[in-house]
Design a protein around this ligand. Sequence first.
Ligand code: ADP
Ligand code: MG
Ligand code: ZN
Length: 505
Amino acid sequence: MSDFSTEPAGSAADFSTEPAGSAADFEAVIGLEVHAQLATRTKLFCGCSTAYGAAPNTQVCAVCLGLPGALPVVNARALELAALAGFSLGCDVRPRSVFARKSYFYPDLAKGYQISQLDEPLCLGGYVRYVLDGEARSARLTRIHVEEDAAKNLHLGGRTVVDFNRAGTPLIEIVGEPELRSGAEAEAYLRALREVLMFAGVNDGNLEEGSFRCDANVSIRPRGSATLGTRVELKNINSFRFVRLAIESEIRRQEALVLDGGKVTQETRGYDDARDATFAMRSKEEAHDYRYFPDPDLPPVSIAPARLDALRDSRPELAEDVRARWTNELGLTAYDAGVLTAHPEVARYVDRAATGLAAKASLAANVAGKKVANFVMSEVLRDVTTDGLAARFPISADALVGLLVLVEAGTINGKIAKDVLVRMRESGDDAATIVEREGLAQVTDTGALEAAVDAVIAASPSQVAQYRAGKTALLGYFVGQVMKATKGQANPAQVQAILKAKLDG
Ligand code: ADP
Ligand code: MG
Ligand code: ZN
C-alpha cells in the first residue's frame, strides 16, 4: 500500500485551482535579438563614413553599393569592438570566426546577400545581468556575430527610394536564449545590455537613430511544458517601453487565439502603439531559405590569442562594477551611484574629479568621493548634455577639482563656490583666477568679522534681548545677517564662534 499515494484517484487534488482554459494555464517565452551598431568611424568592409544624418547616398562606394567585382576588406576596429562586447558580456570570444553570405532579395540589399556569420560566430555563450523588481537576475546569450547593415528603404508618397549610407555599417547581433518571461523582464534585459555596450564603448545606445535595435521573439506554451511553442517575431520597435508593451500585447493575443481553439502561426509582426496591438507583417522564412555559405571573398577571421588577451585586459569597467566600487569603497548610496552612472562619461568624470580632489586636498578617497558626488549631483549634472557616447560638461573634471580644492582650503565657502561655478562656465577661467580677480575669498580676518558682528548686534536690540532670554535658536538669524553684510564671503564657522562669544559673554 505504501507505494501508492494516499489521494484517491480522480480527487480534486488532480486539478489545478484555475478554471480550465484560462490565460493562467500558459507561460510566455521570449528571446531577444539585438542589433547594435559598432562605434567605428568607417564601415565594415570599406572606408566609407558611418556618420549619421548625411545627405542620402553620399557615403557610398563600389563595395557598400554591392557593385559586381568589388572586394570587401574587413575593418579590424569593428572586430575589436565586437570582441570587447563579447568579453564584457562573459562570452567565449573565438580566435577564429567565419563570414558567410545570407542570401535574400530585397531592394535594400543590392548584392542579393548580406555578409554575416552563421556556423562560426565571433562569440559564443555569455549572459546579460539585470535587475527585475529589485531582484538580480541573469539571462544567457546564445551567441554574438558580426554582420553588415542593409541600406534603408524610404517610402515617399507612392515611390520607394533607397539610401545606401547605412549599407555596410558594422553591427553585432546579440542573440539571447529563449528564457525571458515577460515584457517587463525583456525591458530590464535590454536596458542592462545597452548599458554594458555603452560602458564598453562598443555602441552609442541611440535607439532613435537605430543604432540599438531589438527584435523580440514571443511564444506561449502550457505552464510547466519543456517544449517551445511557435514563435512570432516582433520587429522594428524603437523604444524600451514599446518593447515591453508590444510583448505584453502579443502574449495576450496568442493566449486569446489558443483559448479560442486557434493556432499561433510563425510570422513577423509589428506593433501599433495607438491601438496597443500587434499586426501581421509577413510570414517568416525558414533559416534554410537563406542559403548561407562561407563568403569566398573573405578569409576566415583569425585573432591571435595574445591580441584577445590584451583586449580582454583593456576592457573598460562596466557600470555595475563602478556602482559596486563606489558603494563599497566611497560609501555612496546605491541611489547616488545609480544617478552618476547614467552615462559612461559622467561616471568617468566623477572618478577623475574624486581622484584629483583626494590628491590635491590630501583627503581620504571616500571623503573626496562623497564631496565630488554631492557637488556633481546638485550643481553639475543638470547642465550636462550627452550625444551618444559623448558628453559635454559645464566645466572639466580638472576645473571642478580646482574649485573644490578652494572650498577645502577654506578660501571660499560652499555658497560662494556655486557662484564661482557659474562664472567659470561663462568665462572659461579657473576657480582660483576668478576668486582672486573678483575678491571672493572668504573673510577670515578676525578684526573684520568682529566689526561685522558688532554692527549686526547693535542693529538688532530686540533679537539680542530674546536670545539672552533663552531663545538661542536665534543664533542662525544672527549668522545669516552677518553673512548678508559680508556678501556671503564670511567664514560661517568663525562668524558663529564670534557671535556666541559676544552674545553669551
Ligand atoms: P532566426 O535566426 O531565424 O531568427 P533563431 O533560432 O536563431 O532564429 O532564434 C532567434 C531568437 O529567437 C533567439 O533569440 C531565440 O531565443 C528566440 N526564440 C527561438 N525560438 C523561440 C520560441 N519558441 N519562443 C520565443 N523565442 C524563441
Ligand atoms: Mg531572427
Ligand atoms: Zn563604401
